[in-house]
Design a protein around this ligand. Structure first.
Ligand code: PCA
Length: 218
């Protein structure tokens, strides 16, 4: 499963909506991909995700979202049990000091191979870094819901989140106060990133751990 998000706030577009649509129905590493677009809503995102997971029962979930201003693909390592909105979500809701799941653990670690994904993305010419915060907006809430579900149901086996920079077309008219454009990434590079992440998840689940731990880098 590859998920993206609809447009939100003052953003011109959300490249991850396009990513989810573009991957829907594709085959990657011999596996069929389902692509779904999720609502930018604290109240709806968990339910929407659960409906998809119950129906599709995916082995792997690569969730994606826009993090305008970030310089490269952020491979998110952790989802925290906190909702603190800096802007209202698409329902006009701005929670503060709230839990994603009441009584849930403070945080979950992503179960996809974060470091390997970063290494492989760079190896394939896609700028990427490991990130230890997906923020406290909807993307983090989604990651938390996803890992919470996986922890309880055992599905998906591998799950994580990629945050993407703006598209080049969305920054050319978005000058910063210093006259510099915001960082951006082309859509084909974003597609490459999702593909690499999916492949790394699939390889990890089909090959023995022994062969993985002997991989280059580490
Ligand atoms: N980015 C936002 C929400 C939806 C999206 O694409 C976030 O980082 O939380």
């Amino acid at each position: 499963l590859v998920t993206g998000f609809e447009r939100f706030g003052k953003e011109y577009s959300n490249p991850t909506e396009r990513l989810a649509r573009s991957f829907d129905g594709r085959t990657v590493g011999g596996e069929k991909i389902v692509g779904r677009v999720l609502p930018v809503s604290y109240r709806k995102v968990g339910t929407s995700l659960r409906l998809i997971l119950d129906k599709e029962k995916p082995d792997v979930v690569v969730a994606t979202g826009l993090a305008g201003g970030r310089t490269d693909v952020s491979v998110e390592r952790v989802g925290v049990n906190a909702m603190d909105a800096q802007i209202p979500d698409n329902d006009g809701f701005s929670p503060h000091d709230a839990a994603v799941v009441k009584g849930g653990p403070a945080a979950y670690l992503s179960t996809f191979p974060c470091s390997k994904i970063v290494e492989d993305l760079r190896g394939k010419g896609v700028p990427a870094t490991l990130s230890y915060s997906a923020g406290t907006f909807i993307c983090n809430a989604l990651l938390y819901h996803l890992l919470h579900y996986a922890q309880r149901r055992g599905i998906p086996k591998k799950a994580g989140f990629l945050h993407f920079p703006y598209l080049p077309t969305d920054v050319v008219s978005r000058e910063s106060p210093f006259g510099m454009s915001k960082p951006s990434m082309s859509f084909p590079l974003m597609e490459k990133a999702v593909e690499v992440a999916v492949l790394d998840c699939l390889h990890g689940s089909t090959k023995s751990h022994g062969s993985r731990s002997q991989g280059i880098g580490g």
